[in-house]
Design a protein around this ligand. Structure first.
Ligand code: NAD
Length: 364
């Protein structure tokens, strides 16, 4: 029996609704194995701005520091859209959390069950088996974090952003990709723009040497990012695991989300090198989607992405692979058995957020 200590940051919009559902599933899944959940719910995002004037209060950061993982909902919404950019919930809460906990690797499984191919904008005949791939994005380097300047050239406004990577930053994300590939099909694609960018030339050289030395069993291939964007839409299952730098990953992970159907089904894990009190990776786990203001408060949001994010937390931060798999199978059985929230209903009578969670619990 273990005590699993994590911070719960539901955030705004549908965040608290889907978080309730995920906590119910976690309780039920862990009860059977005798694990005890120890968590504290903390304000973050717009909710925190309203309660204490700051999107990421110090008390929330402190609670995260005293935990082994963070289960995150989503933040933001129309109410806070007119705040200055650096006070907006996403920028002022999520980015600092990634920075504080050095979460440099974002792992996003792109999973579409064969029974849900209608949810994808791709033709069903292109993906008869559904989709099952993993996108790994470097999260704390590259152009988003390099030096930025605005200036004038010949009296005309100009601006520049700098893309920079160090070899060690490339090696550590390659290592995450290597480990992920070893646990799946031992096949990985590194995506870059080595025909144009110096950072990509270094990326490719480093990745080649790193895999040769550390993951000789993994089949490594390369693709330019523009081609990768096309190939993802043409035949996503040609990839198994792909990994790339921050901005390319930002774009490709969203493309992957859309071809996998509803944002309500997609989970993610952000990991770093910080070890938690169990000697495992500290991580932040969150759904791919946002706060869905159009359906917030109606009790109809799809909780599966949040539930599956909780499963990833069990796997990576608590080493509870069996519980993670049990939760993942229960979600699959519920959805493939025809229990559907509105976003994935396609002619079936939609269930509520709570009913979906109940259906998952029944199938654990
Ligand atoms: P969104 O992901 O919130 O919504 C896009 C569409 O997907 C909407 O139609 C929504 O109803 C649907 N959707 C998303 N999650 C769903 C779920 N679980 N079940 C059913 N349908 C779901 O994106 P948006 O509308 O661009 O952004 C809304 C707000 O969320 C903005 O303030 C944005 O800044 C914020 N946001 C936050 C995060 C985050 O916290 N990580 C990520 C993206 C957007």
């Amino acid at each position: 029996m273990a005590t699993l200590k994590f911070a719960v940051l539901p955030g705004d919009g549908i965040g608290p609704e889907v978080m309730d559902a995920a906590l119910g599933v976690l309780q039920a899944a862990c009860r059977k194995d005798g694990d005890e959940l120890s968590y504290k719910i903390c304000d973050v995002g717009g909710a925190a701005i309203d309660s204490c004037g700051k999107a990421l209060p110090e008390s929330t950061v402190e609670q995260c520091r005293n935990s082994d993982a963070i289960l995150f909902g989503s933040v933001g919404g129309p109410k806070w859209e007119n705040l200055p950019p650096n006070e907006q919930p996403e920028r002022a809460a999520l980015l600092p959390l990634r920075k504080i906990f050095k979460l440099f690797a974002n792992i996003r499984p792109g999973l579409l069950y064969p029974q849900l191919t209608d949810a994808s904008p791709l033709k069903s005949e292109r993906i008869p088996e559904g989709i099952d791939i993993v996108c790994i994005r470097e999260l704390t380097g590259g152009i988003y974090f390099g030096e930025k300047k605005t200036f004038e050239i010949d009296g005309e406004p100009a601006a520049c952003d700098t893309m920079m990577y160090r070899k060690s930053e490339i090696e550590r994300i390659a290592d995450v990709a290597g480990k992920t590939a070893m646990a799946r099909g031992k096949k990985v694609c590194s995506i870059d723009k080595a025909n144009v960018l110096e950072t990509s030339v270094l990326w490719r050289k480093t990745v080649t040497e790193f895999f040769k030395k550390n993951y000789p069993e993994v089949e490594l291939s390369y693709m330019y990012v523009d081609n990768a964007a096309m190939q993802l839409a043409r035949n996503p299952n040609q990839f198994d695991v792909f990994f790339t730098e921050n901005m390319f990953g930002d774009i490709l992970s969203d493309e992957m989300a859309v071809i996998c159907g509803s944002l309500g089904m997609l989970c993610s894990a952000s990991l770093g090198d910080i070890k938690n009190s169990l000697g495992l990776k500290f991580g932040l786990y969150e759904p791919a989607g946002g706060t869905a203001p159009d359906i917030a408060g109606k009790g109809i949001a799809n909780p599966c992405a949040q539930i599956l994010s909780a499963a990833l937390m069990m796997r990576y931060s608590f080493g509870e692979d069996a519980i993670a798999t049990k939760i993942e199978n229960a979600v699959r059985n519920a959805v493939c058995g025809g229990i559907r929230t509105g976003d994935i209903a396609f002619g079936k009578t939609p269930v509520s957020t709570d009913e979906m969670a109940k259906a998952v619990i029944e199938r654990l």
